[in-house]
Ligand binder design. Structure first.
Ligand code: THG
Length: 367
């Protein structure tokens, strides 16, 4: 691939200087912002993530902030997940759908207070949809993108590293809960969450000015833990079944097709946009769904367009993410598969750019 042309609309982050000093070798673009994709190699980064601890510049997980008396009402309009039981201090993974039930984003909602929420978005321009809904319904709420840049600390030694900077109390934080912790006199939201299955935290760095000081503090404190700069790892996230909006799902898919039906309480999420459409699809059931697949042959080339999944000469699905897994000795993949062929054990043919390969539908992801 050729280089990215730097410009102002391709936004840098508060940590880009540290990322580049650490030797990033590939960038992706996410929410119009730089997202590191590789440091050493996907395989070397993967082994290190599973063994030690990494600091990830995930600033591109931008926050859509809702502030005001109608913030909670607006949040419930945006998602079919029932938010009535959600307390301040909790994070919820929430599908966001349009009026047809099509996926617009799959963010993490962070409830700071009844009248203050952050929506930690995946790669689509959700701010505009949220502003449009708030304006169209004349809601008493401010919708904006604050100067908040998430920094993830992921890996088996994440607790040890984060405790050295923020104190031992952080070890008591439960999954998808957050607390307030101080750095250089500033209060920061830190959640036990992150886009890997290796465990860790996400620090919502409020104020770009403390970005590099925090980055440097983590790197210095973790030298003996072999801390390194890292990034969401393609191989590890496929093994773990973490979906990628824009790759594994788009507006053409319902949450049920994405296996996100468990995050929809369409009966009780009264007032949510797309409720009628989702009630219908929940009743009928999806006719295609996300599935894990094991793909034979050597390491797959980059999945830069959907690869067709064939049963004979019929197309029955497509693979949207795939990579060679060193730990499992096979290519691991995520695909959308038609109901007639989604049973675990079903043998399909993947039309990869370098030729056909056997692909087997699996019961579960690799965890
Ligand atoms: N963290 C934060 N913001 C994000 C992401 C993140 N924004 C973009 C993107 N990632 C949003 N997509 C996801 C996808 C999966 C998860 C989080 C965000 C995730 N899923 C867990 C799982 O599937 O095992 C847990 C879901 C649950 O049980 O609630 O963590 O990573 N801040």
């Amino acid at each position: 691939m050729v280089a990215l042309a730097p410009s102002i609309r391709l936004r840098r982050t508060p940590f880009s200087e540290g990322v580049e000093a650490a030797g990033v070798t590939a960038y992706s673009v996410y929410n119009h912002m730089l997202l590191p994709a590789v440091f050493e190699s996907p395989e070397a980064d993967y082994h290190h993530l599973k063994r030690a601890v990494q600091v990830w510049d995930v600033s591109c997980e931008r926050q859509v902030e809702l502030r005001g008396p109608d913030a909670a009402r607006l949040m419930q309009m945006l998602t079919p997940r029932d938010l009535r039981g959600m307390l301040p201090g909790q994070c919820f993974y929430v599908p966001i759908v349009d009026e047809t039930g099509g996926m617009l984003n799959d963010p993490v909602a962070v409830k700071i207070a009844e009248d203050r929420w952050w929506i930690s978005i995946a790669d689509s321009d959700l701010l505009m949809w949220v502003k449009g809904v708030a304006y169209g319904y004349r809601l008493d709420v401010l919708v904006d993108e604050p100067d908040v840049s998430p920094l993830a600390v992921q890996g088996p030694k994440a607790d040890d590293l984060v405790a050295r900077i923020f104190g031992e109390a952080i070890r008591d934080l439960r999954f998808f809960r957050f607390g307030w912790f101080q750095f250089q006199g500033r209060d920061l939201v830190i959640a036990r969450s992150g886009y890997s299955k290796q465990g860790g935290f996400e620090i919502y760095v409020e104020g770009g000015d403390i970005g590099m000081p925090l980055w440097n503090a983590l790197m210095a404190a973790g030298a003996d833990l072999d801390v390194r700069a890292g990034c969401p790892n393609l191989i590890e996230r496929i093994e773990g079944g973490l979906l990628s909006y824009g790759n594994d799902m788009t507006r053409a898919n319902t949450p049920h097709e994405c296996g996100l039906g468990r995050f929809c309480n369409t009966q009780t999420a009264i007032g949510c946009i797309g409720r009628d459409a989702l009630l219908r699809v929940a009743m009928e059931g999806p006719v295609r769904q996300i599935r894990p697949l094991a793909v034979d042959g050597p390491a797959l080339p980059p999945v830069d367009r959907p690869f067709p999944l064939m049963a004979g000469d019929r197309k029955v699905g497509q693979v949207t993410s795939g990579a060679w897994s060193p730990d499992f000795g096979t290519n691991v993949a995520i695909g959308m598969v038609r109901m007639t062929h989604w049973e675990p054990g079903t043998d399909l043919i993947l039309e990869a750019p370098d030729g056909p390969r056997r692909a087997v539908v699996r019961e579960t992801f690799w965890n």
